[in-house]
Design a protein around this ligand. Structure first.
Ligand code: GSH
Length: 215
């Protein structure tokens, strides 16, 4: 029997990021595909040499799957997608569409949403990335106005990733202006696999609180 995939996350985080630590993407993909996995933890307080050999920026998530060791949530998702047709079709066209939308999620959408969120944390009178974000949401809304899924005509890992990128509160609160995008996000985020992954991550950090308060 093969060992379960190891998904590595933090041993503890404060309340703010709970539910958003990116191991959720990997948990969610495994839940969708029925891939056996186990959660492993790296100490957030001491990011030592061992951690840096797994994730050179001292972040999470990263995974182990047999001899394969990967960091970057996008790379990990594509690895999982190779293991299950549920996450990515096997035909060349469907596969290409999934790849382009996964990269678009990371490199055209998340590269705007993360700095937008980060700047917004200081509550500036105006977020200088407002227009940039609006242009991305506008175009994504136009794409999803005529179809339910980003790639391959069905749910794939590209939808999973994009919905996770868009569910950050400060972005999601803007989706009322983008009905197709709001509907897409709600649809994908009500999938049972996402609900389970979210609850499991919340439970993981609640258990960490309990352990800390006993120590
Ligand atoms: N591009 C990376 C980003 C990873 C990332 O931002 N990880 C966060 C948790 S979701 C983290 O480890 N933050 C702690 C830090 O950056 O020091 C990926 O998608 O895996």
């Amino acid at each position: 029997m093969t060992d379960p995939i190891e998904i590595w996350t933090w041993d503890w985080v404060p309340q703010g990021p709970r539910g958003h630590v990116r191991d959720i993407r990997l948990r969610w993909a495994c839940e969708e595909a029925g891939l056996p996995y186990t959660i492993c933890t790296a100490p957030i307080a001491e990011r030592g040499a061992d951690h840096l050999t797994r994730q050179p920026f001292a972040q999470v998530p990263f995974l182990t799957d047999g001899a394969t060791r990967l960091f970057e949530s996008g790379a990990c998702l594509l690895h999982l997608a190779e293991k299950s047709e549920t996450l990515m079709p096997r035909d060349a066209l469907g596969r290409a569409e999934v790849l382009e939308w996964v990269i678009a999620g990371l490199n055209s959408v998340e590269m705007v949403t993360v700095p937008y969120w980060f700047i917004g944390r200081t509550s500036p009178p105006e977020n200088p990335l407002d227009g940039w974000l609006a242009s991305r949401l506008d175009r994504l809304n136009a794409v999803l106005a005529s179809r339910d899924h980003l790639a391959a005509g069905r749910f794939t890992v590209a939808d999973l990733l994009m919905a996770d990128i868009l569910r950050v509160a400060v972005i999601r609160s803007r989706l009322d202006d983008y009905p197709a995008l709001a509907a897409f996000t709600s649809r994908v985020l009500t999938r049972p696999a996402f609900c389970k992954a979210l609850q499991d991550q919340l439970d993981h950090f609640a258990e960490a609180d309990a352990r800390r308060s006993k120590a």
